[in-house]
Design a protein around this ligand. Structure first.
Ligand code: HEC
Length: 243
């Protein structure tokens, strides 16, 4: 062994090749799982894309740095599954660009928060968390209710996501602005287009409680309510059952 090293050091090329060989082991370990990406990411035929309003909400979530306190990934550990629900599957983040798994939990994981509370609860909580959870140390985001959502550029956001692989159709891209307004205004002509394009199960609601102008609160609540509901794959997986 010692002799081998001694001889290697005397041959410059051999030594360089040996260094490259050893240094690439770590790289290979990182890259190898990508070769099996097709098997790693589960199939979920029912997986739908985010609506323009949800994309806008996701952008606000990033802008406000919610990910600094909230993760969106339930680990395969029993305590996590019992607290939050079925553990996160790779396919559930398939359309997340960038992913928001997070690395810190000052507040709870949000991967399955969709449907856990009413829209009104979310509005009250974001307006002042202490009103609904007395001991909360989450900041208040009350301006979201009075800030009108910028919907004009949502088509461009969808087109950008399509460029990285999210299957938005031309029709979804060209109707993005009106679909965002429609999803927050049920009982209007624009609302029908949203369910036609994104599926009957799409939540069309007065997210912030008010008809008319679409606010940033509408967008953020719509996004929070879809978390964990883009596909049912995690609930169907029998491996996910806690015995
Ligand atoms: C400084 C850390 C912090 C930041 C930043 C933060 N939160 Fe929280 N969040 C918390 C804490 C702590 C709780 C638990 C207490 C509570 O419910 O208010 C919480 C709870 C929540 C809950 C309820 C989760 C549940 O299952 O009960 C939601 C939803 C939520 N936050 C959304 C958000 C959103 C959206 C943002 C960004 C606009 C955000 N949070 C920013 C700390 C934070």
């Amino acid at each position: 062994m010692f002799n081998l090293h001694y001889r290697l050091e005397r041959s410059a090329i051999g030594f360089v090749l040996a260094i490259i060989g050893v240094a690439s082991i770590g790289g290979l370990i990182e890259i190898a799982p990508l070769f099996t990406i097709d098997e790693t990411v589960e199939k979920a035929p029912d997986m739908r894309v985010y609506t323009p309003l949800e994309v806008a909400g996701r952008n606000i979530y990033m802008r406000e740095g919610c990910y600094a306190c909230h993760s969106q990934m339930i680990r395969t550990l029993r305590d996590e599954v019992e607290r939050y629900g079925p553990y996160s599957l790779a396919v559930e983040s398939k359309y997340d660009h960038p992913m928001l798994w997070g690395s810190k939990r000052t507040g709870p994981d949000l991967a399955r928060v969709g449907g856990k509370y009413s829209n009104d609860w979310h509005v009250a909580h974001l307006t002042n968390p202490r009103d609904v959870v007395a001991e909360s140390n989450m900041p208040a985001y009350r301006w979201l209710s009075s800030k009108q959502l910028k919907t004009g550029d949502l088509g461009e956001h969808l087109a950008a996501l399509r460029a990285v692989g999210v299957p938005y159709t031309d029709e979804m891209v060209s109707n993005a602005s009106s679909d965002a307004i429609g999803q927050a205004n049920p009982d209007t002509d624009l609302a029908a287009g949203v369910t036609t394009r994104y599926g009957d199960k799409t939540d069309v609601s007065l997210f912030d409680g008010n008809q008319g102008a679409v606010t940033e609160m509408d967008a953020l609540v719509a996004y929070l309510q879809i978390l964990g509901h883009l596909t049912d794959a995690a609930h169907q997986s029998t491996q996910n059952e806690v015995e």
